[in-house]
Write a protein that binds this ligand. Sequence first.
Ligand SMILES: [Zn+2]
Length: 195
Amino acid sequence: MGNHFSADAIGLDVYMTSGGTDVFCEVIALAGTPVAETLWQQNLVLHFCDLERFRSGISGFDLAELPWTQTHRQEKDFFLDLLDRANHRIGWEKLHYTPTIDHNLGAFTQMLIAFHPSPTIDSDLGDWTIAPRPYFLDKCLRHTIFRGEFGCRLYDTWTQPSNAPFVWEVISTYSVDGTRNSEVVDRQVRQMPED
Ligand SMILES: [Zn+2]
């Protein structure tokens, strides 16, 4: 089961599998957490930190459902900037895998570019001019993304060795070509100093 992201007003739709949705959310969390400054920006990034955590397959949304405000032009620019940062693989060294999501990122970006937001009345996603709960904005020490409502989405215990140190840093080095097929050539796990 997957998710539909849409812009019904202009007849566009991007379908992602559940796994594809997870990856999409992870690269946006990595790209967005360091640059989310305003309340709206923080809420947008948190939305992706918490999206599809329980694989419900109903996590998609229409772009018109986002809580756009009077400053929707800047909000859309910020969202496009996030997608661009993700396209440039910002933060991907923190991942345990090499994403192959060029298609989803590109399709979503094209849909957002074509979409014309206007202020939203009573969005089901909430009021993004209100500050998120402070602990949602705590950052995972290991992955440096917002923990969100459900904890760091990159902390997937299935991929961790049982004797793994509680806090560490993963440094991945990719082969040089930077294409979607580039392989991890080196991965260092550094335990952070106690204290
Ligand atoms: Zn984490």
